[in-house]
Design a protein around this ligand. Sequence first.
Ligand SMILES: CC(C)(COP(=O)(O)OP(=O)(O)OC[C@H]1O[C@@H](n2cnc3c(N)ncnc32)[C@H](O)[C@@H]1OP(=O)(O)O)[C@@H](O)C(=O)NCCC(=O)NCCS
Length: 171
Amino acid sequence: MVVLLKPLRIQDAEAVVAAEDHLTVRWFSGGVSTVAGTRAYVERLMSAAEQRSTKRAFGIWVEGAFVGTIDYSLEVTDGLDPGDVNIAYGVAPWVRSQGVATDAVIQVRDLLRARRVGSRAAIRADLRNPASVRVAEKAGFTLLRVAPSTSEVDEAGQPVVFHIFVRDLRA
Ligand SMILES: CC(C)(COP(=O)(O)OP(=O)(O)OC[C@H]1O[C@@H](n2cnc3c(N)ncnc32)[C@H](O)[C@@H]1OP(=O)(O)O)[C@@H](O)C(=O)NCCC(=O)NCCS
């Protein structure tokens, strides 16, 4: 299975919405997506990238089909150190557990190295989401620290506890 990353485009909005389920909402997007909202999000990303934003988002494609998104950003600071590039991802339910997210993370890590963005790639995983922890481990990331979030709370109003996995970009 060939996994390709392509910069996320406005015309991918329908596919982003179609690929979303309750797990995507809970662990990645943070809310139920709409086509209009996703188009606006991509537009905001594009204009921010023309300014100073380091955030870049990609569609994940498998055999010509859009199956998810992955993004990276140096601007995420909660739980991270300066130079850490946060990576976040979500893939459609119908392609899960086939190595797609792990492949995408490895490709983003290679891209960060090639573009010389940041010094460490980071994944902030919640232990209640074992699939994401497993992706970090399979992509060669190691646990750096466990840190309570300063910006996100769980259903009980308590800080989300991040398990922060990192992989050096300069080694
Ligand atoms: C997390 C997510 C992106 C993983 O995508 P994926 O393409 O299925 O990932 P991979 O196939 O590369 O690896 C998933 C691993 O988790 C394992 N896994 C899946 N569900 C699991 C569960 N409930 N408990 C334990 N392991 C689980 C899979 O078996 C696989 O491990 P293996 O290869 O050792 O068998 C996908 O589940 C998803 O989109 N979830 C919703 C959004 C999300 O959680 N994003 C992460 C925020 S950073």
